[in-house]
Design a protein around this ligand. Structure first.
Ligand code: ATP
Ligand code: MG
Length: 213
């Protein structure tokens, strides 16, 4: 199974991806997490950190390398859940070539929907574990102990790109560079719209139904 989770930043892709990973037992591949890891490990330079922190898209070639290498790992042979990739039509074409080469198909592209007001609230309150990337929210998904990850005890931090000035830019970048990908998958009849203005459990159920359907 290959599921692509799509939607504006803050719509909840990472949260649902972690739940799908548990249910289906296939890897959750977040391009954002992979890129941040490059920065944390000191493999990539200041320029990559600066692009991410300002909310712009990282160049396609680097993304192909990072995501492509991950998808070639043995663990991904049974399938995978993509979160944050593809984010441009060129990236969607890259993924198409990749799955063709593997003689497989994308199962479904989940198009998560929410109002701009909702995603701004979700991003503003989001906290992320600095160790294991688990996602929390100050109001909606509280950790048992404030500031500490339930899963690994790591420190919860606010991402630089979750600050209000950057959130605005990320939404603009989404509209200009990422939204055209919807048309690409609509034409291939792979798209399932999921309303995310409801409790997480219901969003998860709707997503599973769309994937299994
Ligand atoms: P959310 O996690 O709420 O969906 P998001 O999708 O904006 O928000 P990430 O997916 O973690 O967050 O991405 C963070 C940043 O990493 C992006 O703003 C961009 O700079 C970079 N990035 C991630 N994926 C890609 C990609 N496929 N192409 C180019 N840049 C990317
Ligand atoms: Mg994410």
């Amino acid at each position: 199974m290959i599921a692509v989770l799509f939607g504006v930043p803050g719509v909840g892709k990472g949260t649902i991806a972690a739940m799908l990973n548990k249910k289906y037992g296939i890897p959750h591949i977040s391009s954002g997490n992979l890129l941040r890891e490059l920065v944390q490990k000191g493999i990539a330079g200041e320029d990559l950190k600066s692009i991410i922190d300002k909310g712009y898209l990282v160049q396609d070639l680097l993304v192909y390398k990072i995501v492509g290498d991950r998808l070639k790992e043995k663990e991904c042979e049974k399938g995978f859940i993509l979160d944050g990739f593809p984010r441009t039509v060129a990236q969607a074409e890259f993924l198409d070539d990749f799955v063709k080469q593997k003689s497989t198909n994308i199962t479904k592209v989940i198009n998560f929907k929410a109002s701009e007001k909702t995603v701004i609230k979700r991003l503003g309150g989001r906290r992320m574990c600095s160790k294991c990337d688990a996602i929390y929210h100050l109001q909606n998904i509280k950790p048992k102990k404030a500031g500490i990850c339930d899963k690994c005890g790591g420190e919860l931090i606010q991402r630089e790109d979750d600050k209000p000035e950057v959130i605005k830019n990320r939404i603009e970048v989404y509209k200009k560079q990422t939204a055209p990908v919807i048309d690409f998958y609509e034409k291939k009849r792979l798209l399932a719209d999921i309303d995310t203005e409801k409790p997480i459990e219901e969003i998860f159920e709707d997503t599973c139904r769309a994937i299994d359907g």
